[in-house]
Design a protein around this ligand. Sequence first.
Ligand code: GLA
Length: 374
Amino acid sequence: MKTMFWGLALLAITASACGSSEKTADTVTVKDHFKNDFLIGAAIPVNHVNGLDQKADSVVSLHFNSVVAENCMKCEKIHPEADRYFWDDADAFVKYGEERDMAVIGHCLVWHSQLAPWFPYDENGKYVSAEVFKERLRDHIHTIVGRYKGRIHGWDVVNEAIEDDGSYRHTPFYDILGEEFIPLAFQYAHEADPDAELYLNDFSMAIPAKREAYVRIIGELKNRGLRIDGMGMQSHIGIDYPDMEEYEKTIVALGNAGVSVMVTELDMTALPAVNFGANVDDNVNFNENKNPYPDSLPDEVSKEWNDRMASVFRLYKKHSDLISRVTFWGTHDGMSWRNDWPMHGRTDYPLLFDRNYEMKPFMVKELAEEEAEK
Ligand code: GLA
């Protein structure tokens, strides 16, 4: 009887996972399942917001209660020239989240990558002075955060400021303003929208030196009385990295530092490692051997992937008092950046929904267990 019930529940959940049916009394959505634990988010691209990926829209509308802009709020997109902002896509993104009553996350105000080329330079191609740069930073943050005042739940204010060894990354922000660029960015963001939550965000957060650097920075921001609500652990992970004990230590350390922890860019590659970092600027030439599953994922690899994801979510639930949001970097495997990074043209399987918009088994099972308990 129980087996038959589970079968039916799985069927109902799978159908709703595809977005092909409305939520019914006997189905559970991902967001409802975790409603007492954390928000469930997805990064969404512009084509999705603009109605060109209807199936993804159904999945996101049904299962997620938070969205983050995949690209349209990054400096090169939203502020491509000194005297020109481009709002169409970001406006549509914010409206999309609002219409679905979601926690809308702005991403990201300060990041060296996808920075508009003009931003740090003068007309001679030299870095501008600290004073001019501060003006630019203030204008950039005030204008963007101010435009969406009261409509954005939280902003990734500073993205990827720290190297894996705990030192500051050499970026135009750091090279021109030194360490002050972080407090300044938080100050400007808070001035522009006093009610918005403000976050730091970075990858490879399981690395002890990086963890310690952020705990220190969070303490310094707090000591100065600046608003800092949370720290994002991007979590572009693999089946065999990071070390989950170290990853858990970071969740706890950030919680102890007095901020909420967010998993902000979760995806887990099923492919052989090319390198272990997450620097988006790294790229390697295509190699067939590193693309072993161009058609589908073999059962044993799929099982490994699902088992690992199930244990990752067990960890998140264990620390749900510290974790306020778990966001996937995308919706379905077909649209993930991991198909193209750090090697272009591979076929990867990193997200919660597969290429047919069907929910991955680990989550189907998790939801079915809740159904079974009812
Ligand atoms: C980083 C950034 C994201 C996104 C991902 C991968 O982690 O924070 O905005 O660009 O890389 O695409």
